[in-house]
Ligand binder design. Structure first.
Ligand code: X2X
Length: 295
């Protein structure tokens, strides 16, 4: 039985969707199907009832899910312990953050960590900020820098390292969008909006529209704050993005902050992992270095 199959099985019990889990676990739907079939052969049980339209966990599947979780936790614990030889920490730590956080917040943490523990190997994965929590929940990374979500799951540990304002931005050059903004009595509803697909930015954008009694005219829905800034810089519309992303963007000169967005609440950027992983030496080492930043 392979650990990867267990991880995929756990993920599949959450999505109940082969294509979505296959994509998230970087495999194909047929391979995932074979993996599940193999687990069923090995356990001698039907774990999931599936037809063309739905996937349902069986009673045996529920029991196997508990087994899969315990096995992965035990494996995690074992790896972390054996990697701690004497006082010197070594081994791999999977970290996730946005490309922006790689420039803005990760460098001092990694510098301190590598000075204190030169044998820790950091596997740094970058991606849309909105993916961080899911990556941690599904166990594909150990620790992440993330925005504090509106509802923090109670199995998550989160420590704030910075407070970051959001800004509403528009193009800083002559174009349809900037002309519409310039009009007296701007009709915000007519201006195309570059919308975040998920996460806190999505909910803050929805909230901004609601509080101004407007319906967004969505030009594009994008994943990743960096993409919002670059689409605004192309003149496609206006959008909401964290200041840190705007300031670190190579196209920052092409966008400007709009007064209309000054009422949007800032957010907390922090270090985040599963509560139960906080005791693991490598996770804890990273956590400590991230927390110092703020004290
Ligand atoms: C939320 C977060 O990770 C950042 C740094 O603000 C971002 O990339 O958007």
């Amino acid at each position: 039985m392979e650990l990867k199959s267990l991880r995929c099985f756990i993920h599949l019990t959450e999505t109940l969707h082969f294509a979505r889990t296959a994509e998230a676990m970087h495999t194909s739907a047929p391979t995932l199907s074979r993996m599940i079939k193999k687990l069923e052969d090995e356990t001698g049980c039907v774990l999931l009832e599936r037809d063309n339209r739905s996937v349902v966990l069986t009673e045996a599947g529920i029991q196997f899910l508990a087994f899969a979780r315990q096995t992965l936790d035990a494996w995690h614990g074992f790896k972390q312990q054996t990697q701690t030889s004497g006082k010197e920490l070594k081994g791999q730590l999977k970290v996730f953050c946005s490309v922006t956080a790689c420039y803005s917040h990760i460098p001092p943490i990694l510098t301190r960590l590598s000075q204190a523990y030169p044998k820790i190997e950091i596997l740094l994965e970058t991606g849309a900020a909105s993916l961080a929590m899911r990556k941690i929940e599904e166990g594909s990374v150990d620790i992440a820098l993330s925005a504090r979500p509106e509802h923090l799951a109670n199995n998550m540990a989160f420590h704030t390292i910075d407070n970051i304002p959001f800004s509403l931005i528009g193009p800083n050059f002559d174009c349809d969008t900037s002309n519409k903004i310039k009009q007296t009595d701007t009709d915000w509803q007519s201006i195309p909006f570059i919308m975040a697909d998920a996460g806190l930015t999505r909910s803050r954008s929805d909230k901004w529209f609601r509080s101004h009694h407007l319906k967004p005219n969505i030009y594009a829905t994008v994943t990743g704050h960096e993409a919002i800034v670059s689409m605004v810089a192309l003149g496609c519309g206006i959008g909401l993005a964290p200041d840190i992303v705007i300031e670190n963007s190579p196209v920052r000169e092409k966008v400007k902050k709009l007064e209309a967005g000054t009422d949007i609440e800032p957010f907390e950027l922090g270090v985040c992992c599963l509560q139960k992983h906080l005791v693991e030496p490598l996770v804890n080492a990273f956590w400590q270095e991230a927390v110092i930043e703020n004290t």
